[in-house]
Design a protein around this ligand. Structure first.
Ligand code: FAD
Length: 318
């Protein structure tokens, strides 16, 4: 089996999930290639190869500085034509999801999105995908149509660390860099904010925090743990916090090592975005709140008292 991973970079630095893709590919075995597209891909590819091993293909061009679905898909298609992978893996990030839908369509390939497990069944690849809020686990296989395009949920696989790979420099036809679409710049919405989908620790606030003025208490708790600040839709809709923090069906899907839900009831639309977190702690004054059904640890009480007390405890223990 041949597997092609698409490693994405931002500002010339690979996203953490790029390293996880290699581990996902290794779980299947076979020949693993990783493609790096960037303005100057060589150094990034070298760094990746020395960290995770395998064969790393580098394609450099100023038009590849920012992720541009149109140009990226055309270049990936060219590389796919040359290397004929059976499976193409990307991360189920904002950019990965956008890119892979277009890529699968361009290649006429089957596609599975936000996959939590991959297994080989003879020559076939079976992708597992939680559906309907996790109440159905879909196993998606393909017939003979290849390559199978799959985006993998972040933080499911560990970052690979088996170094000593090799870099292959590739050039593609210059016409592929022509596009009606130009990405001129990228702006970080809130400077210094941790990327929710890549964070190992998330502390999320819900309507139980009572008022926007109380949100700094949750932010302080997140900061004391080196985590990111999440939110339920209720407080996003109330205008307490920007949409970029929303976790759930219409927000982000997250999978951290620790998720602390503060004053969040546990509506299904929230749960689908965070229920695969490794450890879930819920703080809620209602002992019957549904969030406790999926929490590993629960604290019943007033969040306005418990959150500052926890922050103090964590800060004191540093
Ligand atoms: C199509 C659709 C998509 C949706 N997408 C999303 C989504 O992506 N993400 C999302 O989050 N929601 C989503 N929702 C909304 C979802 O259904 C819930 O309305 C929302 O998650 C509720 O947010 P909440 O838990 O903060 O508020 P509530 O449901 O009001 O819960 C507040 C909780 O705080 C507790 N509480 C109150 N005071 C305190 C206190 N002092 N201390 C401790 N606890 C306290 C209460 O007991 C309660 O459990 C969606 C809904 C629809 C219909």
């Amino acid at each position: 089996m041949k597997i092609l991973n698409i490693a994405l970079q931002k500002d010339g630095k690979l996203t953490a999930s790029s390293y996880e893709l290699i581990e996902a590919a290794k779980s299947l075995g076979g020949e693993i290639f990783t493609l790096v597209l960037a303005e100057n891909a060589s150094d990034i590819a070298q760094d990746l190869a020395s960290r995770v091993g395998g064969k790393v293909i580098a394609v450099s061009n100023p038009a590849l500085k920012f992720v541009n679905d149109d140009i990226y898909c055309k270049v990936i298609k060219e590389i796919v034509g040359k290397y004929s992978p059976d499976l193409i893996l990307g991360s189920a990030s904002f950019y990965g999801k956008s890119l892979f839908g277009r890529l699968a369509s361009l290649l006429g390939s089957p596609m599975a999105s936000d996959v939590t497990n991959l297994e080989a069944d003879g020559d076939s690849i079976i992708a597992t995908r939680p559906s309907y809020g996790g109440s159905v686990i879909a196993k998606i296989g393909t017939n003979d149509s290849k390559p199978f395009c799959v985006t993998v949920r972040m933080k499911i696989y560990a970052e690979s660390k088996d170094g000593n790979g090799e870099v292959i420099e590739e050039t593609v036809d210059a016409s592929l860099f022509d596009s009606k679409m130009t990405v001129k710049e990228m702006k970080v919405e809130s400077a210094g904010a941790l990327n929710l989908t890549e964070a190992d620790i998330i502390v999320s606030a819900g309507r139980g925090m009572k008022a926007e003025e109380n949100l700094p208490l949750v932010k302080e708790l997140a900061d004391s743990l080196g985590g990111a600040l999440g939110a339920s839709r209720a407080i996003v809709d109330a205008g307490w916090i920007p949409y970029s923090h929303q976790v759930g069906q219409t927000g982000k899907t997250v999978n951290p090592k620790l998720y602390i839900a503060v004053g969040i009831s546990g509506a299904i639309q929230h749960l689908v975005g965070m229920q695969t977190s490794k450890n879930i702690v819920a703080i809620n004054k209602d002992k019957d709140a549904p969030i406790f059904n999926i929490a590993n640890y629960g604290i019943v009480g007033d969040a306005l008292e418990i959150v500052p007390a926890l922050t103090k405890k964590f800060k004191d223990s540093l």
